[in-house]
Design a protein. Structure first.
Length: 258
């Protein structure tokens, strides 16, 4: 269980710490190790399921808390659990809409996954890199915690269908994918559920919006316009700049804010 008063820093992964889809630059890892030694509790919060966070971290920071699926999965002390899943009826309605637009998708369960998209889609480079899971039929997943549409004849219409069903929808125009989460599930909602209400945060995309908005010290990596006016600091989306900003946490932020 997280101690609410613990000093915490929360990191998104892709586009924030990881720029090749597979690894984190040594300079960034060294900077994170330094703030951990200084007493920061670490949280890695990603759109990836926990399964796909592990190979990117590559054994680093074993005591960190992991939030996956934009808040639908958490791992504390190495124990992975689903904290939010799609209701069967609601998911069925989304699938019917998706079928009407000939959508291909990636659906994640607590560990295994189902995939119906193109065999050459770039998203597959980030799926189960360590071979830890099984690709199964959607019906074989005990529950679905994350649903990602990777192609459709009308992506905007599929996104609108998810919103109409009460889902949290992040339409990533730059990657041409739509990320659906159950109900109001977000990274920030998962943090509050874990008792973490005072933290520093690093993020780069629209799915980091609430997490950054509610942080004591928020760092935007890159220049996503959806995060304008939310972050306290913006740094370039490159390892040296990110590492330098992480290192500044130890000296630049008053103890009461960290």
């Amino acid at each position: 269980m997280i101690i609410p008063s613990a000093r915490t820093t929360v990191f998104d992964i892709d586009g924030t710490l990881c720029f090749d889809g597979r690894s984190i630059d040594r300079r960034i890892l060294d900077a994170i190790e330094a703030i951990e030694r200084a007493g920061q509790h670490l949280v890695f919060a990603s759109a990836r399921p926990v399964r796909d966070l592990l190979p990117v971290l590559d054994g680093a920071f074993p005591s960190a808390t992991l939030i996956g699926g934009n808040g639908s999965l958490v791992s504390v002390g190495g124990e992975v659990r689903a904290r939010a899943a799609f209701e069967a009826g609601v998911l069925g309605e989304l699938l019917a809409e998706a079928e009407g637009y000939r959508a291909g998708y990636l659906a994640d369960g607590p560990w295994d996954y189902a995939y119906t998209g193109p065999a050459d889609h770039p998203i597959l480079g980030r799926v189960d890199q360590a071979g830890l899971a099984r690709k199964v039929l959607l019906a074989e997943l005990p529950e679905v915690v994350k649903f990602l549409v990777v192609e459709a004849t009308d992506m905007a219409a599929v996104a609108d269908a998810g919103r109409a069903l009460g889902m949290t929808v992040n339409h990533h125009l730059d990657e041409a994918i739509i990320d659906f989460a159950p109900g109001t599930t977000t990274k920030w909602e998962a943090l509050t559920d874990l008792g973490i209400d005072e933290y520093n945060a690093f993020g780069n995309d629209i799915n980091d919006l609430d997490m950054l908005r509610n942080a004591r010290h928020a760092v935007r990596v890159g220049t996503h316009p959806g995060l304008d006016g939310v972050a306290h600091v913006t740094v370039a989306a490159e390892p040296g700049a990110v590492a330098a900003e992480i290192s500044r946490l130890a000296t630049a932020i008053p103890a009461g804010l960290s």
